[in-house]
Every structure is written in structure tokens, then in C-alpha cells.
Design a protein around this ligand. Structure first.
Ligand SMILES: [Zn+2]
Length: 293
């Protein structure tokens, strides 16, 4: 995925948190809150994390990436690229969501290194990218993009990175539409609501990618050039690399569909592609029977 060099990405609201030193994970403080970190990109179970205090324990600096202003910078620099994706996702959903009957609100995006304090509690990079409903914010350690290649064996590439951002954006959309809570029913398995929520976020990411070269900045310049087949393959490779079955077989040596929370490699690729081809109207992952999901 390549930005048009002269696209204006200045509207993307992405902040960068400095390295945290004051995070206390595992209690030691002011009332332990229930962690409500849902639907992180990977199937990491966060329920064992208890967090001291409800205030983000920030101690680092915060920048708003004001140096990132153009598509050319987004092509060169991963942090500017996240900001460019945010600018594009805002424009896309500001049109799309009202057409689906819901008012759009822009989610803050925070880049962090190592650990971050959120309204959901403290999290580390091991969490993977995630969306925190209480502060309606997306959190990403961009080191994860490297993990996608080195740890999960995907082909990498900018569209794969932006798929991650757009997937987390999808959880924000679900939060606004009221469907995100379905993933909190405690069920797992191939047809569970948790999996349906994740596959819908993949479909929403695909829908944005499909419209990305028609999504324009305030001056009418499309943010992105038309996406190439090779770039689509990168996004599908990322979707495949983080399928529950793929991760289970590499970590546990076997596949157990009853424990799935995010969907199989095949499902994640297929729903991304469905959204890419047919738009958000095709993303009702709650309708199909289990066998058709
Ligand atoms: Zn997710």
C-alpha cells in the first residue's frame, strides 16, 4: 500500500508515548480494577493481568507526530504511516458509519514502546495491538509489525501493517455500533461471538482497504494509490499468520477449534477479502451458521 506523496496526512490523530517507567502490573496499589482489554489482535489471554489503579501510569513524554504531514513521509516512516492510515480511516468511517445508522467518533491512537497505561489498565508489548473500550483508544507498539514477520512468519509490508491498524479501528466501530460487547460472553470456539467479532473487524479492515484509493484528504488528493495484488497478498499473509489454527499448531503442536477466539487462517483471509470486494455491507459475521462462518 503506497501513499500518494502529496497526500496530506496532517489530520491523523496519532500520539506517541515515551518509554514508560512507572507501570505497576500485578497490583501493589490503589484498588485492582477488572481488566477490560478486549479483542486484541492476537489471541493472548489478558484475564490474568491485574492492574493497580485506574489512572494511566504515564511517566514518559507524549508527542503528536506533528512532523508527519505528507504521504511521502508515510511511505518512508512507520510511525507516519500509522498516522496516514488514521487520517484515511477517519475519512472513510466518517462517511461509512452514518450510512450504517451510527454517529462516528474519532478514536485516539497511541503508539508506545514496551508498556503503556490505559483506562483498561497497564499493558505491555506482549499484548499485541489492542483496542480499549473505556477510553475508546487504539494502542500499538510498532515493534509488533516486525513480529508479524519474524515471529509469525508473514510476508510483512505496509498493507499488512495497515491491516493491523484498520482491524483495531474495526473494534472501535463495533464499540460504537454496540456489537463489541458480544465478544465478552465468555465463550470460545469456531462459531463463538468472540470469533465473529474478530472476523467482522477483519472484514471492516478489508472494506477500508478496498476503498482506500478513493478516500481523499481535505484537498481532494486520494490518500493511497490503488492497492496492488502483491500488497493484498501481504495483508492476507498477515491474516493467515495470526489465525488461531496456525498459532495453535506452532505453539501447541495441535489445533483445537473449541479454544478459538479470533478465527482460522482461512476465515481471517476470507473475511478480509469479502470486505475488500464488497464493502462494509458484506460484513455481517453474526448472521452465518457456524459451518458457513
Ligand atoms: Zn481483534
Amino acid at each position: 500500500m503506497t501513499f500518494n506523496d502529496n497526500a496530506n496526512i496532517g489530520a491523523g490523530r496519532v500520539s506517541k508515548r515515551g518509554r514508560n517507567t512507572g507501570i505497576a502490573v500485578g497490583g501493589g496499589g490503589v484498588g485492582v480494577i477488572v481488566l477490560f482489554l478486549v479483542s486484541q489482535f492476537l489471541g493472548v489471554d489478558l484475564s490474568g493481568l491485574a492492574v493497580g489503579g485506574t489512572e494511566p501510569a504515564e511517566s514518559g513524554s507524549v508527542s503528536n507526530l506533528s512532523e508527519c504531514q505528507t504521504g511521502a513521509q508515510a511511505n518512508d516512516d512507520v510511525e507516519c504511516r500509522v498516522k496516514g492510515a488514521a487520517a484515511s480511516l477517519d475519512v472513510f468511517w466518517a462517511e461509512e458509519l452514518p450510512a450504517r445508522g451510527t454517529e462516528y467518533q474519532q478514536p485516539p491512537v497511541a503508539l508506545f514502546t514496551d508498556s503503556v497505561g490505559t483506562a483498561c489498565g497497564a499493558a505491555t508489548s506482549a499484548t499485541g495491538p489492542f483496542y480499549c473500550p473505556p477510553d475508546a483508544s487504539i494502542y500499538i507498539d510498532t515493534a509488533f509489525f516486525g513480529d508479524l514477520r519474524t515471529r509469525f512468519g508473514s510476508s510483512g509490508g505496509p498493507l499488512a501493517e495497515m491491516y493491523v491498524v484498520a482491524h483495531e479501528w474495526g473494534h472501535h466501530i463495533q464499540s460504537l455500533e454496540g456489537t463489541l460487547a458480544a465478544s465478552q460472553d465468555g465463550q470460545t470456539g469456531a462459531g463463538s461471538n468472540a470469533v465473529r467479532v474478530e472476523l467482522q473487524a477483519d472484514c471492516f479492515a478489508g472494506a477500508w482497504a478496498g476503498a482506500a484509493s478513493d478516500t481523499r484528504d481535505a484537498g481532494g488528493v486520494p490518500f493511497l494509490k490503488p492497492i496492488t495484488d502483491a500488497q493484498i497478498q501481504d495483508a492476507l499473509s498477515a491474516a493467515s499468520a495470526i489465525g488461531d489454527d496456525r498459532i495453535q499448531s506452532s505453539m501447541q503442536g495441535r489445533v483445537n477449534p473449541e479454544a478459538w477466539t479470533h478465527g482460522s487462517s482461512e476465515q481471517r483471509q476470507r473475511w478480509f477479502q469479502t470486505g475488500f470486494t464488497d464493502g462494509t455491507g458484506s460484513c455481517d459475521t453474526f448472521a452465518p451458521a457456524d459451518a458457513e462462518l
